[in-house]
Design a protein around this ligand. Structure first.
Ligand code: IMP
Ligand code: MG
Length: 182
């Protein structure tokens, strides 16, 4: 699989070092708060597993299935938010985890769904944010790394459901991307 990469952006050591920092900040911010983490699947699965084990405060974990890409590298306009059990979010502080903030459509759709359940607070945490100039409907409160506008894979991120199990994050070779022309 490594041959399918243009280059590696963040190796395992760099990711784990950044997770230590992110986790320390989140731990400090949520001391004495009733924290519910909502991880957006499948992309944030590995990120969430590694991040949450670095956060030594009581928390509840829920997972949410959201499909924003229907195959390929271009998001569809309408992310499909799956089932979530919105049990007693009213007394909770919610932290939503996602793998990457691109157009922001996915996170905005999830935030709207969560906000409707009236939690005390809602914040977002993403492993990656693409530093595009286009304005987004939402911003992330916690960001692992900012990256250029390239298609990346690994550490949970996929291309056509492949590469999620890479231990690092890298840029997919351009010739492997089958562009879907609108
Ligand atoms: P958004 O709704 O455009 O912000 O897209 C967010 C979702 O699209 C992420 O949760 C990813 O699943 C996917 N995505 C966006 N950019 C990339 C990328 O560079 N590589 C892999 N998946 C991506
Ligand atoms: Mg994906």
């Amino acid at each position: 699989m490594q041959g399918d990469l243009e280059r590696i952006l963040f190796d395992e050591g760099a990711i784990h070092q950044r997770l230590d920092e992110l986790a320390a900040t989140i731990t400090r911010d949520y001391q004495e708060r009733e924290l519910t983490v909502i991880a957006i699947l499948n992309g944030s699965l590995i990120f969430a597993a590694d991040l949450l084990r670095r956060i030594p405060i009581p928390l509840r974990l829920d997972c949410l299935n959201v499909a924003s890409y229907h195959g390929g590298t271009k998001p569809s306009n309408a992310p499909v938010v799956g089932q979530i059990n919105l049990r007693d979010l009213e007394s909770r502080h919610v932290l939503i985890l996602d793998d990457i903030l691109d157009s922001g459509m996915t996170l905005a759709a999830v935030c709207n769904t969560i906000t409707a359940a009236k939690p005390l607070t809602v914040r977002t945490c993403v492993l990656l944010e693409k530093t595009k100039t286009t304005s987004r409907p939402i911003k992330a409160d916690y960001i692992g790394f900012k990256i250029a506008d390239e298609f990346v894979i690994g550490y949970g991120l996929d291309y056509m459901e492949r590469y999620r199990n890479l231990r690092y994050i890298g840029v997919l070779r351009h010739d492997l991307i089958a562009e879907t022309k609108a």
